[in-house]
Design a protein. Structure first.
Length: 142
């Protein structure tokens, strides 16, 4: 993915994707999914959305997004299993994954990283923080 940076009038750097990156958002909570989709699209991303783990896995395999944001607690397959399966496949192992979950225990966060997430955001989250962490993940991969 190509990334470009520019300085605004105050000398602050801003990040802009050169080619609208595609992000898959998988969350069974429609309100959370809609909020993420809105914020990501406003920031220049194209979004594919799924409301369960099975659909998320199918969409990743079919569309090869630039990044994936996964909730953990979803019907079908949970986000941890989806992440593990993405990492186990040669075709998808390099796609950065950001976990976004209401599970706040250190054990849950550690397990998210153990199965291959590049970052973990706890709900409730600040949309700007989610965007910042997604951009950093895209810059560095997973």
């Amino acid at each position: 993915m190509k990334l470009s940076f520019k300085l605004d009038g105050s000398g602050m750097a801003s990040w802009k994707p050169a080619d609208d990156p595609v992000v898959l958002v998988a969350d069974d909570d429609e309100d959370v999914r809609d909020l993420m989709t809105f914020k990501l699209e406003r920031a220049g991303f194209r979004v594919i959305a799924a409301d369960n783990g099975v659909t998320a896995l199918d969409l990743v395999r079919a569309n090869r997004p630039d990044a994936v944001i996964l909730d953990i607690d979803m019907p079908g397959l949970d986000g941890l299993t989806v992440c593990h399966q993405l990492r186990a496949s040669a075709a998808t192992h390099g796609i950065p994954v950001l976990m976004c979950s209401g599970r706040t225990r250190d054990l849950d966060v550690d397990f998210g990283f153990h199965v291959g997430a590049g970052d973990y955001v706890v709900k409730p989250f600040k949309p700007d923080d989610l965007l910042r962490r997604l951009r950093l993940l895209l810059l560095g991969g997973s």
